[in-house]
Design a protein around this ligand. Structure first.
Ligand code: IMP
Length: 215
């Protein structure tokens, strides 16, 4: 079964490809021309579904809907000291031209202005799957704390300032394999894998050839 990822985020693509190494995974730009998706949902789940549906619609336009299922990830970090922001606004926290670096700098400066060197925080990921057989979603979380400095070079986004519960190093400092075991994304992908396994079985079985007429 072919899975098309509804994301251009290299960090996410890398982690999803590593985790689902038994599936045939394609990044968005390998199959479709770039197009804009307005993520105006109020929750991670709404935004994950908006992205996966938009990509699935594009596949339909190209008559590729039988070939792929679409998988999206909407994720972000919520920090207690700043009223659990940025949450769903994690990617654009420091404005229109935000980068991961400017977003981290904004959180660090907010912690500093509160005279805090750290705060409880957690990551959320919602994984959505959209296919001819329906829409599905699953959440995963990773709890820990953010600190007012950046350490390490592994990962992306807020990883260099996030220390997961049970560890004393940031995700940036920890071996990559650790994040792949404990992350919000991994937890969401673990649940979604059950859905993908079922979809894969349906698609490869004779029953699909009979159902196909009715879709
Ligand atoms: P999205 O692409 O709209 O879901 O935005 C996700 C944003 O949340 C990214 O740009 C990162 O800033 C942040 N984020 C999500 N997951 C992670 C992660 O695993 N590590 C670090 N930052 C993450």
């Amino acid at each position: 079964m072919k899975i098309l990822l509804a994301t251009g985020n290299h960090g996410k693509v890398k982690e999803i490809k590593e985790f689902y190494n038994e599936f045939e995974i394609y990044a968005l730009n390998e199959i479709l021309e770039p197009f804009e998706i307005v993520e105006d949902g109020k929750t991670f789940k709404e935004n994950a579904l908006i992205k996966a549906r938009a990509v699935f619609e594009k596949l339909k336009e190209k008559n590729l809907q039988d070939e792929f299922v679409v998988l999206s990830d909407d994720s972000g970090i919520s920090v207690e000291a700043i009223d659990w922001r940025p949450g769903i606004f994690s990617a654009r926290y420091s404005g229109e031209n935000a980068t991961d670096a400017t977003n981290r700098a904004k959180v660090i400066s907010e912690l500093n202005s509160l005279n805090l060197s750290q705060s409880k925080a957690f990551y959320t990921a919602c994984i959505a799957v959209v296919s001819k057989f329906g829409e599905f979603s699953a959440h995963g979380f990773m709890h820990g704390k953010v600190i007012n400095e950046e350490r390490g070079e592994h990962g992306f986004g807020y990883d260099f300032m996030f220390i997961p519960d049970g560890f004393s190093q940031t995700i940036g400092e920890l071996p990559i394999e650790i994040k792949l075991k404990i992350s919000h994304r991994t937890k969401g992908l673990t649940i979604a894998k059950h859905i993908l396994d079922i979809l894969s079985r349906i698609i490869s079985q004779k029953i699909w050839k009979i159902w196909k007429k009715f879709y």
